[in-house]
Ligand binder design. Structure first.
Ligand SMILES: Cc1ncc(COP(=O)(O)O)c(C=O)c1O
Length: 355
């Protein structure tokens, strides 16, 4: 991994920003991008000089390996602006490390920290105006890498492109989420790529999710591929279950993405004395708890929505609705986490990094 001299990142400037034409009150998630993007190519066994260029489409060879064999990985993270106009990242080194783990698993080159974090800081510095103040505003960050080497032979590419895109976002509310527990399809398997943030993990979910949508459910909760008895994760979220006053979440494994939101919520729960157990919850336990009234909450945890409350679940064609509760632990820890991210609460964990 050659390191990048951050001072050398060239910027091709635009003459006028499009920011004035954007309605920051009506932002569809992930569809509007800022003026610039970062791009860097890997060729001849080394990373070249990164550039920051105006956001635009680019040309690729139709035989590029990403199109045929799906060598593609990505990350999702956010920047926040505090009331003093400072811009902050949240645990960015976690995303950097996870990106390189994904790269190794997909036989792609690792990126140097100076490119991932150094490049990201320069790009955000240039796009500060796109990060708006207020707890409902964030700038979503999408680093990714694709195989650009040409040729349809089924082998790892020897050329790649790393890029970072930025997209302003409003706090994401997905509405009432009802889920189906997977009985047949699997997202990941032991020895597979489930713990990598690889594009194929997402496309593999689309068909079962479409079937769930047709039945009126928004997401699938994946179970372990071998027995379909253990609850694992959902869409782009890790999942938590509250039975009585204890939170349960599955341990990370080869089949589960090691989510930054998940580990941050666990740390907050531990700090604040919320009962927590990191172990696989069985589908049978969940059904039993729903039947006897001890199941209080189910929620997803991930960067996009932070916490998504799940209203009910279906298993073997039986629907179980969650009870209305007075005090939601999910919302409580969500508020604590977003307060840290937006610098409204003391960051006792030293998670936030100034740009
Ligand atoms: C499959 C999967 N699980 C969990 C998560 C949550 O991870 P994080 O909290 O780091 O966003 C994501 C999203 O990034 C994901 O894609």
């Amino acid at each position: 991994m050659n390191s990048i001299n951050e001072n050398k990142i060239q910027i091709s400037k635009i003459s006028t920003s499009k920011i004035e034409s954007i309605d920051f009150e009506q932002l569809p998630f992930g569809e509007i991008f800022t003026d610039y993007m970062l791009t860097c190519d890997f060729k001849n066994e080394k990373w070249g000089t990164p550039t920051i260029v105006p956001y635009a489409p680019f040309l690729m060879d139709p035989s590029a390996k990403v199109f045929h064999y799906g060598q593609a990985i990505f990350e999702g993270m956010k920047a926040y602006k505090d009331d003093n106009d400072s811009v902050w990242l949240f645990r960015p080194e976690e995303n950097f490390e996870r990106f390189n783990k994904s790269a190794v698993r997909m036989a792609m080159p690792e990126v140097p920290e100076s490119l991932f974090l150094g490049g990201l800081k320069q790009l955000i510095d240039l796009e500060r105006n796109w990060v708006k103040k207020g707890i409902e505003n964030t700038l979503y960050i999408r680093p990714f890498m694709i195989a650009t080497g040409a040729g349809v032979i089924a082998s790892a590419s020897n050329e790649y492109r790393f890029m970072i895109l930025l997209s302003p976002a409003k706090s994401y509310y997905s509405g009432d989420v009802k889920v189906i527990i997977a009985e047949h399809f699997s997202r990941a398997a032991n020895g597979g790529i489930g713990a990598a943030k690889a594009a194929g993990n997402y496309s593999a979910q689309f068909y079962p999710t479409k079937l769930a949508n047709e039945k009126g459910f928004q997401q699938v909760i994946w179970t372990d591929d071998a027995t379909h008895t253990k609850l694992e994760e959902s869409g782009t979220m890790n999942v938590f279950f509250r039975i009585n006053d204890t939170l349960y979440t599955a341990p990370t494994s080869e089949r589960i993405l090691d989510g930054v939101t998940r580990k941050s919520l666990i740390a907050i729960a531990e700090r604040d004395g919320i009962k927590l157990s990191i172990r696989s919850v069985l589908v049978s336990e969940l059904v039993e708890a729903a039947k006897n009234g001890t199941l209080k909450e189910i929620f997803g945890a991930g960067t996009a929505a932070v916490v998504t409350i799940i209203k009910g679940f279906s298993y073997q064609d039986e629907y179980y609705e969650l009870p209305k509760i007075e005090h939601s632990i999910a919302l409580d820890i969500k508020n604590k986490l977003t307060a840290i991210q937006h610098k409204l609460a003391e960051d006792t964990f030293k998670w936030t990094v100034k740009v």
